[in-house]
Design a protein around this ligand. Structure first.
Ligand code: SAM
Length: 292
């Protein structure tokens, strides 16, 4: 008999034994295909020296594969009902620590320092709860954690937005935010049939490799992201319209905004979705002068 957790039969047995009912509100779609799990783990390039962080272990399907391939796994699970289940399913693995916390509220940096002392290679690997995919990814990136990268299952539509290039319909502030910190690659498109219950949307696995150096050097990161957010506020509007309507005192500063666009060599009639990350860098540095 296959002992892996992630088979339809074993998953069914575990869920029945504990009378577990899925909570849609927690994005609970468990993986029941060991082959897919092994491929996800392969994409993370773990070694016996790697410390792995997981978000949402569920009943431990992915955690088990991570435990076999890493030095240690620390997994954040919000749902208390899963704790006794994980205790049983992961009992063969002594290198797993489950932390009962909402990952969005957790002090991940402090937990890394405590749990991964002496570990120099850290990865995040997860089948994310889809209702909070973007906040989780952004939290992990913005907190500047000492990680090599992130390999996660998520909605294919979100993977497309993350990896989108300028000029495409999926390109937006999420693409730029993630590409500022990492190099994204969609490594797998995954059928709905490998989950229980099956999600309503298509899924993909994306690998985000952390950049050593940001693709643009800007004067003020927070202002750079503020300019990007303003530029995408209304996709049909021109850059000039979005910036004047979204930036503080934009209407009164129209002349200054126009001057900054000219100095950055960017046509004010273009739309945000056509600008590269470098162009946003130039634009925010020129605008900075008028805002500080
Ligand atoms: N890893 C398991 C698998 O692949 O079968 C389960 C993945 S399931 C898509 C997402 C998991 O994340 C669930 O176990 C859910 O309870 C948990 N979860 C949801 N929101 C969370 C949060 N904010 N912090 C930590 N875990 C969360």
């Amino acid at each position: 008999m296959n002992k892996d957790i992630a088979t339809p039969a074993r998953t069914k047995m575990i869920l029945e034994k504990y009378g577990f009912s899925f909570k849609k509100s927690l994005g609970q779609n468990f993986l029941i295909d060991t082959n897919i799990l092994k491929r996800i783990v392969d994409h993370a390039q773990l070694t016996s020296e790697t410390g792995t962080i997981e978000v949402g272990p569920g009943i431990g399907a992915l955690t088990e594969q991570l435990a076999k391939s890493s030095k240690k796994v620390v997994a954040f699970e919000i749902d208390q009902r899963l704790l006794p289940i994980l205790e049983e399913t992961l009992s063969p693995y002594s290198n797993v620590t489950i932390i009962h916390q909402d990952v969005l509220k957790a002090d991940v940096k402090a937990i890394i320092e405590k749990e991964f002392q002496g570990v120099n290679d850290l990865m995040v690997v997860a089948n994310l709860p889809y209702y909070v995919t973007t906040p989780i990814i952004m939290k992990l990136l913005e907190e500047n954690l000492p990680i090599r990268g992130i390999v996660v299952m998520l909605q294919k539509e979100v993977a497309d937005r993350i990896a989108a290039k300028p000029g495409s319909k999926d390109y937006g502030s999420l693409s730029i935010a993630v590409q500022y910190y990492t190099e994204p690659d969609t490594v797998m498109v995954v059928p709905k049939t490998v989950f229980v219950p099956q999600p309503n949307v298509d899924s993909a696995v994306i690998r985000l490799t952390r950049r050593e150096v940001a693709p643009v050097k800007v004067r003020d990161e927070a202002f750079f992201f503020q300019v990007i957010k303003a530029s995408f506020a209304h996709r049909r509007k021109t850059l000039l319209n979005n910036l004047t309507s979204q930036l503080p005192n934009g209407k009164e500063k129209k002349e200054a905004i126009l001057a900054a666009l000219n100095q950055a060599g960017i046509d004010p009639g273009r739309r945000g979705e056509t600008l590269s990350i470098e162009e946003f860098g130039r634009l925010s540095d020129e605008l900075y002068v008028y805002y500080h």
